[in-house]
Design a protein around this ligand. Structure first.
Ligand SMILES: [Zn+2]
Length: 237
């Protein structure tokens, strides 16, 4: 039994290696996804600003058309002035022209305000676009670097898996499935040493009776508190 548990212990070393590398790969990919989400968020901000921009631009075109029309009307009225002989009529027309001038002045102010808003939005869009471009460039760089790293991880995992197969083939009976279950449930530690009567997986005392049985080494013993497979290192000479 000791030999079998020693095989499991070396299997565990390889499995931890695979587990560690796989975890590293996942963290690298997650890191990349974080940057992707940031780029998406930035794109969302730009889209919202672009929508605000086109809405403002539509308003500007409308107001501008009214402004041009009113300007033309005022011009027509001013031209009519030269043809009027009647003083009362002339006065009335002058008053009309004055009112139009005031109205157009207000319209012009509104137009200027809208154009300033449009400029401000455009500036914001430009800032965010260059921020996004920088983020995309960084993402691309990160992606290239990660690809190299991930290729290395994949190669290491593939090599370790081959080693694992060789080791696993030496484990007899259902021991391997018991080991695998404990390994996945117990955070990558399925086989632990008992040292000084203490389980090195959970640091609880192993009952003396069990300790004696482990030393006799006739079957697989599990720690009563953490359920891991226990083994005792042979006494050193
Ligand atoms: Zn334990």
């Amino acid at each position: 039994m000791q030999a079998q548990i020693e095989i499991l212990a070396s299997l565990q070393t390889v499995d931890r290696e695979i587990r560690e590398q796989t975890g590293r790969k996942q963290r690298l990919l997650e890191d990349l996804r974080v940057t992707e989400r940031q780029i998406q968020a930035k794109k969302g901000e730009i889209d919202a600003l672009s929508a605000a921009w086109s809405e403002r631009e539509k308003l500007r075109v409308e107001k501008d058309r009214v402004f041009q029309d009113e300007g033309k009307k005022a011009m027509d009225k001013r031209m009519r002035m030269s043809r009027i002989k009647n003083a009362k009529e002339l006065q009335a027309l002058q008053r009309e022209i004055e009112l139009m001038r005031l109205g157009n002045g207000e319209l012009e102010e509104e137009l200027i305000k809208i154009m300033q808003e449009i400029d401000a939005i455009r500036a914001q869009i430009q800032t965010k676009e260059s921020e996004m471009a920088a983020m995309q460039e960084e993402w691309q760089k990160k992606q290239d670097e990660l690809q190299v790293e991930i290729n290395g991880i994949d190669a290491a995992v593939s090599e370790a898996s081959t080693r694992r197969q060789t080791i696993a083939s030496q484990v007899t009976g259902d021991l391997i499935s018991r080991y695998e279950l404990i390994f996945s449930r117990r955070g990558g530690t399925a086989v632990v040493e008992v040292a000084g009567g203490i389980c090195q997986g959970c640091y609880m005392n192993v009952p003396p009776q069990l300790w004696n049985e482990i030393i006799r080494n006739e079957k697989v013993h599990l720690c009563p508190s953490c359920q891991r497979i226990l083994f005792v290192k042979p006494a050193t000479e």
